[in-house]
Design a protein around this ligand. Structure first.
Ligand code: ATP
Ligand code: MG
Length: 231
C-alpha cells in the first residue's frame, strides 16, 4: 500500500516481450528517474517508446526484472494506488461522451465545481470553455467536432491536473497544430508538469527543449541519455 508517492521511478534490468516466444522489445533496461524529473523519450517508430510507457502504466508487466515506484515493485502496488499515482495522458486527446465538466472530472467524480474550474484555469482552458454557449455544460459529442485538436488537448490536461498524479506519462500527438494552438498547448503542458515526474514520448522539438533529460531509444535500448542541449 502506497498512500502517497514522491514519483521516483526505477527500471531494474527490465526486459519485455509481448509474447513468450516473441522478440525482446525492451532489453534489460536499467534506468532511474528521480522524482520531479521531466524526461523526453525519442526514437524511431518501433523503437519501444510506447512499450516503455505501457510498462509504467501497467498495461503490461515486465517479463523479467522490475519497474518500481518509490522503491515499490509496481506488481506489489494496489491497482487503486497505482491508478492514483501514475496517469497516462494521450494527446490524441480522447474526450468521452458527456459534458466538458464530466470530461475534466473523469476519475475525480467527487470534484467540486471550484476544483474543476481551478484545474481548467491552471492549464489555460477556462476562457475558451467560457466562450462556448453552454460553458462547462457543453456536450463534447454535440460540439465535439467544433473543438479543435488543441482545445481537446487542453481539456485532457485539465483532467490530468485535477487527478494530480505524482507521475505523468504523455504520448504526444503526432498531428501538427497551428502555431497559436501549439503555444497554448505548450504552456498548458508546462503548467501541468509542475513538480511531477514526467515521461513524455516527444514528437515536438519544443517539448524536448523543456525536458531535463532526453532518452534516445533504438531497438529497445537506451542509446543516448543526457540533457537536451547535449544531444
Ligand atoms: P512509434 O513511434 O511508431 O509509436 P514506438 O517506439 O512507440 O513506435 P512500440 O509501440 O513500443 O514502438 O513498439 C516496439 C516494438 O514492439 C515494435 O517492434 C512493435 O512492432 C512491437 N509491438 C508493439 N505493440 C505490440 C503488441 N501489442 N504485440 C506485439 N508486438 C508489439
Ligand atoms: Mg508509440
Amino acid at each position: 500500500h502506497l498512500p502517497e508517492a514522491a514519483g521516483d521511478l526505477e527500471f531494474a534490468r527490465a526486459l519485455f516481450r509481448y509474447s513468450e516466444s516473441g522478440p525482446v522489445v525492451l532489453h534489460e533496461l536499467d534506468l532511474h528517474i528521480p522524482a520531479g524529473q521531466t524526461v523526453a523519450v525519442v526514437g524511431r517508430t518501433g523503437a519501444g517508446k510506447s512499450t516503455l510507457a505501457k510498462l509504467l502504466a501497467r498495461f503490461y508487466d515486465v517479463s523479467t526484472g522490475a519497474v518500481r515506484l518509490d522503491g515499490v515493485d509496481l506488481r506489489e502496488l494496489a491497482v487503486a494506488d497505482h491508478h492514483r499515482h501514475v496517469a497516462m495522458v494521450t494527446q490524441e486527446a480522447f474526450l468521452f461522451s458527456g459534458t466538458i465538466r464530466g470530461n475534466i472530472a473523469l476519475g475525480r467524480p467527487d470534484a467540486s465545481e471550484a476544483e474543476i474550474i481551478a484545474a481548467a484555469k491552471a492549464v489555460g482552458c477556462h476562457d475558451l470553455i467560457m466562450e462556448l454557449p453552454e460553458g462547462y455544460a457543453t456536450d463534447v459529442n454535440k460540439r465535439g467536432g467544433r473543438l479543435s485538436a488543441g482545445q481537446r488537448q487542453l481539456i485532457s490536461f485539465a483532467r490530468a491536473f485535477l487527478a494530480d498524479p505524482a507521475v505523468l506519462i504523455l504520448d504526444e500527438a503526432t498531428s501538427s497544430l497551428d502555431l497559436p494552438s501549439e503555444a497554448l498547448v505548450q504552456q498548458g503542458l508546462e503548467r501541468l508538469l509542475g513538480n511531477r515526474t514526467a515521461l513524455i514520448i516527444a514528437h515536438r522539438l519544443s517539448t524536448v527543449a523543456i525536458a531535463d533529460r532526453v532518452l534516445v531509444i533504438e531497438d529497445g535500448r537506451v542509446v543516448e541519455d543526457g540533457a537536451p542541449e547535449e544531444l
